[in-house]
Design a protein around this ligand. Sequence first.
Ligand SMILES: Nc1ncnc2c1ncn2[C@@H]1O[C@H](COP(=O)(O)OP(=O)(O)O)[C@@H](O)[C@H]1O
Ligand SMILES: [Mg+2]
Length: 509
Amino acid sequence: MENILEMRSIQKSFGHVKALSNVSMTVRRGEIHAVCGENGAGKSTLMKILSGVYPHGSYQGEVHYDGSVRAFASIQDSEAAGIIIIHQELALVPMLSITENLFLGGEKARYGVIDWESSHKAAQSVLRKVGLTESPDTAIGSLGIGKQQLVEIAKALSKDVRLLILDEPTASLNEKDSDTLLRLLLELKERGVTSIIISHKLNEISRVADAITVIRDGATVDAMDCHTQTVGEDRIIQAMVGREMADRYPKRTPNIGEPIFEVRDWHVDHPTQKNRTVIKGVNLVARRGEIVGIAGLMGSGRTELAMSLFGEAYGKKKKGVVRIKGREVDVSTVRKAIDCGMAYVTEDRKGNGLLLDEDIQKNISLANLAGVSRHGVLDEHQEFSVAADFLKKLRVRCQGVNHIVGNLSGGNQQKVVISKWLFSNPDVLILDEPTRGIDVGAKYEIYSIINQAVDAGKCVVMISSEMPELLGMCDRVYVMNEGRFVGELDAEEATQEKIMRAIMRNGEI
Ligand SMILES: Nc1ncnc2c1ncn2[C@@H]1O[C@H](COP(=O)(O)OP(=O)(O)O)[C@@H](O)[C@H]1O
Ligand SMILES: [Mg+2]
């Protein structure tokens, strides 16, 4: 098979940060090529060079594509050559229809007027190619993330794509949507489209990839051909983190004390639909020094439970009692919940946790300004040293406390969110999918932080869709299904099978 792409000795700096020091990669025509690496390794930067987002002249090294050296000056340039990139953050406009989004910028014009009739027809035909049956008039904002992702791919197909680049496309998709997307990739391969996919999900990579390039700290460290070599997850992980990972979960000797967080008979009604109860009589206890997990399928009510407890950010007509350290507390606003000693770290770093345009220092002090103020006046030196301290402890990869959070990689953003909430010194830390979309190395560091928090006498409630993570970290696991707790398992007895059985049988273990 001939090569469609060769990137040779690519280097790229941002100011004095060297994002890429020496990356090379070779992609054969018609294959699915996976790029792996820890957060911050340089994967997105490399793809932005390939697609002209960072134009020729802003990097060193050579891009050979389709038989010649290319010097793309813009995205339009690379698109004209058939290279289409779908970025980590989707770029669709929510208020506009599918048709409008598909042909935005390149509107099908006849005599200078957009021809809506032919646009509509063209939209229908590309939607069919990606398996969507929605009307092209549907507003993008009303589709789930999985379908929006498919619209992005449809958009790529409407532009005669030859090399499709997907930057962490499945990071925020559920299993079913991820599966649809991967099958579509395999179908496109049948039709001769080459693709490059960036993903942290090793099981997905093993399923679709023909070849894998691993990048670490801005340099290529391994290139594997999945057809001529046996490529196990261990080899990929070792290349990514640069060391053998005997254990994915740091060891902890639990030292569990009295109950700190108690929820009794908690009921929550749906915020808009009448007569629909979303949380149905949940009882939960978390003790000093304990990590308690909540397992369950998508839509089982785990996030709704956490949000309804944290400042009633979800739902209506709540019934039930919350006690912290034995005292009944009022958690009816986020402010009150924080003041009672609660903290809630969500999976949606952008939507909830962080101010992306602000620097690390500002973000960390946000939930506890009193902690960096004297007589009500902000002490910037204090704020600086608190932030610097967290960066060191949590090994955040950045230029310093003044690094703008929006420019950090996902894993490092997550460490900043966790720092922010740890600095608020909570008794109860609720973590909702704390490691989603994060590489194995950063995961390990986040697990270590969680262990330190419980060792310091806090209690942690951890919601996760990754069962091995719950089993590896928790002292006890509640199983949730359809708004109820349907099972409770101690760490020693818990297994994935038992959790699944509790879900399927709605309670019988
Ligand atoms: N626009 C930017 N300004 C400054 N630093 C950046 C910018 N984009 C990326 N970086 C830095 O370059 C490195 C690689 O980032 P990135 O390519 O996003 O990694 P990955 O996609 O592998 O997670 C990181 O250290 C990141 O902080
Ligand atoms: Mg990236």
